[in-house]
Design a protein around this ligand. Structure first.
Ligand SMILES: [Mn+2]
Length: 329
């Protein structure tokens, strides 16, 4: 349930706030955290943003991104720990230890599977992005929207709506966008930067993934794999693979898509996607992962081929349970 009044009360009684988000942070986690930091600093709160993992290069331009700290650099404690865009406590990674050191905790999130793990929880699984909830929170705190906050919230909302194209995109998203535009958001420039420009390693890696594409589930599941060797040959980082799975889902005749990538630490990371009415959060959960109905993820220890086979089998079983799919499109 959304609880902006509850979060406002927690924030107002705090002098110092630690903000944190999930491991392998995306635009919604980073944009939401940085927007919240700007809002809280306007209110005179001493605020620090922590993430376990580094900020992806394409988000490093966001205001305050260079001041994000690893949890190892935190002091003793803060008056309030505020988690954003984090579906469960353990998704905070090493930031979870910071939460344990604060006597007051709150969170703002939009994952339907969120178990309300903080003392104050403003959670709504029907919100398209945490960024939408941050805008609502800003109003509850009676802070005016600035151009810098608009930039952070645009990064948040555009990321989780797939640049305003996923089925979570709703009227609230465009009402929020209308406010961000009024605050001076340079939309065309940012859209180019976040969604169209690609680095050379990124483009080469996409080529490798498409080269490895195969179909399972009677042709209805598109599967791509990337080995460490692929990343090394292309000079690519893990984050350069982030949107590649969508190419699988965009292939005609495909209902589900999977991207498997070797992490280099003995685990394989899987990104799962589905077209409605199919879901993949249930598939991910059955293998120890989680996420949203149409976009979910899992990390599994093991070798690429073997773990990929296990996930593909689970997706095929999910596909077989769905009997009312319209025929070939
Ligand atoms: Mn999100």
């Amino acid at each position: 349930m959304r609880d902006p009044a509850g979060v406002s009360a927690a924030v107002e009684s705090a002098g110092s706030v630690w903000i944190a988000g999930h491991v392998n942070p995306d635009g919604d986690a980073i944009g939401s955290a940085l927007a919240m930091r700007l809002i809280l600093e306007t209110m005179g709160k001493r605020t620090t943003v922590f993430f376990q993992d580094k900020v992806p290069d394409d988000l490093a331009f966001l205001p305050g991104a260079s001041e994000i700290r690893p949890p190892s650099e935190a002091g003793d404690s803060a008056d309030l720990f505020l988690a954003v865009d984090t579906s469960s406590r353990d998704r905070l990674g090493s930031c979870e230890a910071l939460m344990a050191r604060c006597s007051r905790t709150a969170q703002i999130d939009h994952h339907g599977t969120n178990p309300a793990y903080a003392q104050v929880n403003s959670v709504d699984g029907s919100a398209a992005a945490t960024g939408v909830l941050i805008l609502e929170q800003m109003k509850a705190l009676k802070v005016a929207l600035t151009a810098d906050v608009a930039l952070c919230l645009y990064a948040a909302i555009s990321t989780d709506t797939g640049n305003f194209s996923f089925d979570c995109t709703n009227g609230e998203v465009f009402r929020a966008m209308s406010e961000l535009m009024e605050a001076g958001l340079p939309l065309a420039e940012l859209n180019m930067r976040l969604f169209r420009e690609k680095s050379r390693p990124q483009l080469k890696l996409l080529g490798r993934a498409i080269e490895h594409l195969f179909f399972a589930g009677a042709g209805r599941i598109a599967v791509m794999t990337l080995s460490r060797r692929d990343f090394e040959d292309c000079g690519a980082l893990a984050e350069h693979a982030d949107t590649i799975v969508n190419y699988g889902l965009e292939t005609l005749g495909t209902w589900m898509a999977l991207l498997a990538r070797e992490n280099g630490d003995g685990t394989v990371k899987f990104s799962l996607r589905a077209r409605a009415p199919l879901t993949v959060d249930d598939v991910a959960e059955s293998l120890g992962g989680g996420g949203h109905p149409r976009a979910a993820g899992i990390s599994i220890p093991g070798i690429l081929e073997e773990t990929t086979r296990r996930v593909v089998e689970a997706m095929e079983a999910r596909l077989e349970r769905e009997t009312d799919l319209e025929e070939e499109r």
